[in-house]
Design a protein around this ligand. Structure first.
Ligand code: ADP
Ligand code: MG
Length: 594
């Protein structure tokens, strides 16, 4: 080993840059954060070739005088903190005084800045960390920073850049984050001389999200109810149950205005959504967590992407509670739609003969809840037996008036057709039944008692050794669910009771299906560590019988029970239980309205 030496300033900056500036998106992040900290009302970002050839960020913030402009390029020079106490309670996005020197050391860099009432501004040109020019300059008040040829002097780093498209996408995602975090600031994004988006300062988060992602998404979001009784304030918009994505790209959480990733937050969202999310899917959230800056450490990640909470449990509880309450209130809002139409449906009063319709293809455009996947179109063939109308019992006509829904019939022995104020509602009997059973089972388990019914004859069955081992390990959970199963010799089991509300014809076949279901749900290997929740979901799935024609009263009860569920609009696996086709949509389909 050679002697220890102090690194030259530029080299030290390049080393620091290695951590902070990974790619063009990191430059945009740091520069936009600076503009936000500078109180900008409008930020314009232009890039060329994925940001590799140029990134320009122009703001109308407070600007800098010449001394500050020169200082801003020094390492550890910041206007944002002064003392150790400041570091413990950071209220700005930046605080390390590292970004500008880091960026300037790995690019061709130009800064022009002017304070609002200054006569002249300053222009500084830097190449690879060396200041080349300092002169009067600067046009409008504010700051403009140009970063060209990123990593031009660090070929090793340059090699790690991805394609222009990928870099551009990363960069745009970063801008989306900043724009979502600060709806009050106008953003313009110009990519390769074309305006990619232009976001006016928005009066609310919902407006900003609409401008970014469209009205359709906003319509499926619920406003988080704010509460003032806690040290953690949660606000924002989150997807209603059933709205989900395959990636985390729209699972945004801002802690004191900063977009962060944090395991506590992710787990809390998951817990809050509980059964409203399908396995492997991610919720859509634009959640803002505000707490005392002293209660969160933002100085834990070079790119300030992560945070650490002083009281992770408090944060978790606040988020879980907020998400649950929001989803719950979403359910109430949504139940309102189930008011019966003003005029009773003719089909109920007078079922009459069902005439075969001409072939129709209905493509439901909007759904409750709308899922990410497009819904398959529904092809109704001319088939008289398909839509079964049936005469409700005499009392039903009277009771239906007080109900919130009006049943029309059942399609293909599976879909319940209902009319509500908005139009047509289709309920997937199967999914609905699963949801009802699941909530029932979960509630009973929480109350420590699933009523079970003894079978007339206890039955024994044998399992493959692996499956047998699984059942043995999970016997306690199964017992808790009211499934009376116990070992009965080598790889054999005896089942002597089942929960009363599961209407299972053949207990042994049922158990085998449940075990198979669980095996596939867990990819086999981790089958030993399945949670109660997963077991309950699987039990319910297999307890539901396919295409079982129901009588009117049963359908009515199914719908009533469904509406009383915590999360009625999706099954425990996250598939929708119902779809709404509004009258407006029907009018459009029939060309009555454009
Ligand atoms: P930090 O943001 O951590 O303080 P930076 O290296 O990003 O460190 O910036 C250094 C300083 O330069 C900031 O503290 C701020 O005073 C000043 N500065 C940077 N960008 C701007 C800007 N767009 N407008 C006004 N001042 C800026
Ligand atoms: Mg900064």
């Amino acid at each position: 080993m050679s002697r220890i030496r102090l690194l030259p300033e530029i080299l030290a900056s390049q080393v620091a840059a290695g951590e902070v500036i990974e790619r063009p998106a990191s430059v945009v992040k740091e520069l936009v954060e600076n503009s936000i900290d500078a109180g900008a009302r409008k930020i314009e970002v232009s890039i060329r070739r994925g940001g590799i050839s140029l990134i320009r960020v122009v703001d109308d913030g407070c600007g800098m005088d010449r001394d500050d402009a020169l200082l801003s390029l020094e390492r550890h020079a910041t206007s944002k903190i002064r003392t150790a106490a400041d570091l413990a309670a950071i209220a700005t996005l930046g605080f390390r005084g590292e970004a500008l020197p880091s960026i300037a050391s790995v690019s061709r860099f130009r800064l022009t800045t002017r304070e609002p009432d200054a006569v002249a501004g300053t222009e500084i040109i830097v190449a690879g960390g060396k200041i080349e020019t300092v002169r009067d300059g600067g046009e409008a008040p504010g700051t403009q920073i140009e970063v060209r040829s990123i990593f031009y002097n660090l070929p090793a780093r340059r090699k790690f850049l991805r394609s222009e498209n990928t870099e551009s996408r990363n960069l745009e995602h970063q801008l989306h984050l900043q724009a979502t975090g600060h709806p009050e600031i106008a953003f313009v994004f110009v990519r390769d001389e074309r305006v990619a988006f232009q976001l006016p300062a928005a009066p609310s988060l919902a407006d900003r999200i609409r401008d970014l992602h469209g009205k359709e998404l906003v319509d499926r979001l619920l406003a988080v109810e704010e509460r003032n009784d806690s040290t953690v304030r949660i606000r924002g918009l989150i997807g209603q149950a059933g709205v989900s994505r395959q990636t985390r790209a729209q699972q945004l959480v801002f802690v004191n205005g900063r977009a962060v990733e944090n395991a506590v937050l992710t787990a809390a969202l998951r817990e809050g959504y509980h059964t409203a999310l399908m396995k492997g899917q991610f919720p859509v959230t634009f959640l803002f967590v505000d707490l005392d800056p002293g209660a969160v450490d933002v100085n834990v990640h070079p790119a300030k992407r992560e945070v650490r909470f002083r009281d992770p449990n408090g944060v978790r509880e606040a988020i879980v509670g907020a998400v649950r309450r929001t989803l719950e209130s979403g359910r109430h809002q949504w139940q309102q739609q189930f008011r019966a139409p003003a005029v009773p449906v003719a089909g109920i009063a007078d079922p009459g003969p069902v005439t075969a319709p001409a072939p129709v293809s209905i493509e439901p455009g909007s759904t409750i809840p709308a899922t990410t996947e497009a819904l398959p179109s529904l092809h109704v063939q001319p088939n008289e037996s398909l839509v079964s109308h049936w005469e409700p019992p005499p009392s039903a006509a009277a009771t239906s008036r007080s109900q919130q829904f009006q049943i029309i019939g059942v399609l293909n022995k599976l879909y319940v057709l209902m009319e509500n104020q908005d139009g047509l509602v289709l309920v997937d009997q199967h999914a609905a039944h699963e949801r009802i059973l699941f909530e029932e089972l979960r509630r009973r388990m929480e109350e420590q008692g699933v009523p079970s019914q003894r079978l007339l004859l206890a039955q024994t069955f044998e399992l493959a050794p692996r499956d047998a081992e699984w059942v043995e390990r999970n016997a306690a959970t199964l017992q808790k669910m009211g499934i009376g199963i116990e070992p009965f010799g080598q790889n054999a089991f005896k089942i002597d009771s089942l929960p009363t509300f599961l209407d299972v014809a053949d207990p042994v076949t049922f158990m085998r299906k449940v075990i198979d279901g669980l095996k596939s749900a867990s990819n086999g290997s981790s089958a030993m560590r399945l949670g109660e929740e997963m077991i309950a979901k699987t039990v319910c799935r297999h307890a539901v019988k396919a295409n079982d024609p129901l009588r009117y009263l049963e359908v009515e009860k199914l719908v009533t029970d469904l509406l009383q569920c915590d999360l009625p609009y999706c099954c425990p696996h996250g598939r929708p239980t119902m779809i709404q086709i509004s009258l407006t949509e029907l009018e459009k389909k029939f060309g009555r309205k454009v």
